[in-house]
Design a protein. Structure first.
Length: 303
């Protein structure tokens, strides 16, 4: 591990970033690993005190151990995996860009395919996933993994569009819940699951939807503009944090106002809260994995 000390880490753009104690954490970033080609999909596993993440072009998933700082290969090949999350039983859900599917890792290490087709057609390249309290798995499906061979396998889209989907793990039904995206990417539910937020990387904005009782999305609106946005996460006070490539990690108030930023020395792909108190922000940025112990806390981890 190395410390990135020569960096003005916090950029305060609105007094709410300061009064909300967003800039009161570590004064430096810790670089935990720096030998990836393109790192994404960080996920903290509290039961193991470990973080797993994806190194997409190298077709592998890596694992960082919090107790020892050691990094090892978690899975290789990994289907050019991208986003990772946990289901309600603590099982790993992974978006495999190269295999064009969403999978679940079972306790014995075997893989169960959650979704690989919609309406009989192969998915493009699933990117990010979130799990609702009813067990349904929601995922984005851009074409990032089929446009070239760097992060997947070049192919023609069978669906012909980039959409959001909802998978029912009991019935296997895959339903389209939102369309009209240029490049759908990171997803996150609000704390009460009444809203779903979705990043559109190519459009440079974050959309918000109301979630109905039957799992449909309504009241589509643009929550905020965010150039370079990739994935997004909420803290427990309702602020939305966005990984935004060359724009670092951006922080938005509940009204969509950009109130502050974390400066990172490489383009930022993804972020995830973790650690014992869920206040350690893990950042994947180009070749590296960084972390920062913060004075804000991510949404509670609920299984």
């Amino acid at each position: 591990m190395s410390a990135i000390a020569d960096l003005t880490l916090y950029e305060i753009l609105d007094e709410r970033f300061q009064t909300g104690r967003c800039a009161n954490g570590d004064a430096r970033l810790d670089r935990l690993y720096d030998d990836c080609r393109w790192a994404e999909g960080p996920l903290y596993l509290p039961a193991w005190r470990q973080l797993v993440w994806s190194d997409i072009p190298n077709d592998r998933m890596l694992r960082w151990d919090e107790a020892t700082g050691a990094v090892s290969v978690f899975r290789s090949p990994a289907g050019h995996s991208n986003g990772n999350t946990l289901d309600r039983e603590g099982r790993l859900i992974t978006c495999e860009q190269g295999n064009r599917r969403v999978t679940r890792t079972e306790p014995d290490g075997s893989l169960t395919v959650i979704a690989d087709r919609f309406d009989g057609k192969r998915l493009n390249s699933p990117n990010d996933a979130v799990v609702r309290s009813d067990g349904s798995i929601w995922f984005s499906d851009p074409d990032f993994g089929i446009t070239n061979d760097y992060e997947g396998h070049r192919a023609t889209s069978e669906i012909g569009a980039c959409n959001l989907y909802r998978a029912d793990p009991s019935t296997g039904e895959v339903r389209m819940v939102a369309d009209g995206f240029l490049g759908p990417n990171g997803l996150v539910f609000s704390s009460d699951e009444s809203e779903l937020y979705a990043a559109d990387t190519r459009a440079g904005h974050i959309r918000a939807f109301k979630v109905t009782d039957d799992g449909a999305l309504t009241d589509d609106r643009v929550f905020t503009t965010c150039p370079g946005v990739d994935n997004i996460r909420f803290d427990d006070e309702g602020r939305l944090w966005a990984a935004a490539m060359e724009n670092g990690v951006r922080c938005y108030a509940a009204d969509g106002t950009l109130i502050g930023r974390l400066r990172v020395p490489e383009p930022v792909s993804n972020i995830a809260f973790g650690g014992a108190k869920n206040n350690r922000l893990f950042i994947t940025a180009t070749t590296s994995l960084y972390s920062l112990v913060m004075s804000v806390t991510g949404l509670p981890r609920v299984l």
